[in-house]
Write a new protein. Structure first.
Length: 198
């Protein structure tokens, strides 16, 4: 099995550039490739701690945008004025509460959430997190909005991709260069949300 390199290029760059983790470059690369977030957008970051995606999203939306984050763990330190974050469980928080925090529905929903890995059912638990992300998207995303969420690859990946494609006009898997080579993580990037009839 390949050895995991902890302090690689992206870890070092994150330290040098003031990001809270190397994950900042994953979102940067996703956005550079897929153009999800633009100036003035309202963005929701599910599983936002320690806050690297909040930092990147804040830079992308600019002062006229809004970024809301939620995580079981607190994000320490200061963020730009357009960032709001709270401690909470994405499984238990009603999408309406998140909409209220943002002052309206979201243009983009992000999720870098992952289960605590144990080697047992990691893929299945990752799929469950993504299914919750889709539920939140249905409740909180604007029509034509976008989504990016992390999933661990495995036997249920294609079904998740197909489920996502049912409510977005474009859906693809994407692996940023900033993801570790040995990681099974993949990002599902979906554009053009089509609201589900109620």
């Amino acid at each position: 099995m390949p050895r995991r390199t902890l302090h690689d290029e992206f870890f070092k760059r994150a330290k040098q550039e003031g990001y809270r983790s190397r994950a900042a470059f994953k979102l940067t690369q996703i956005n550079d490739s897929k153009s999800l977030i633009k100036r003035g957008d309202t963005v929701l970051d599910l599983g936002c701690a320690p806050g690297a995606w909040l930092q990147v999203a804040s830079e992308l939306v600019g002062p006229s945008g809004r970024v809301v984050g939620i995580d079981l763990n607190p994000c320490k330190g200061a963020f730009d004025a357009q960032v709001t974050h709270r401690v909470g469980d994405a499984f238990e928080t009603d999408p309406e509460e998140l909409i209220e925090l943002a002052g309206g529905r979201f243009d983009v929903i992000l999720s870098d959430m992952a289960p605590k890995t144990s080697g047992v059912n990691d893929h299945e638990r990752s799929i469950a997190l993504c299914q919750r992300v889709l539920e939140v998207a249905i409740g909180a995303l604007k029509p034509t909005g976008h989504l990016a969420m992390k999933v661990f690859e495995g036997g249920m990946y294609k079904d998740l991709l197909d489920s996502t494609a049912m409510i977005f006009t474009q859906t693809k898997g994407f692996k940023p260069k900033a993801s570790r080579d040995v990681s099974r993580e993949m990002y599902i990037v979906a554009k053009g949300y089509v609201p589900v009839p109620r």
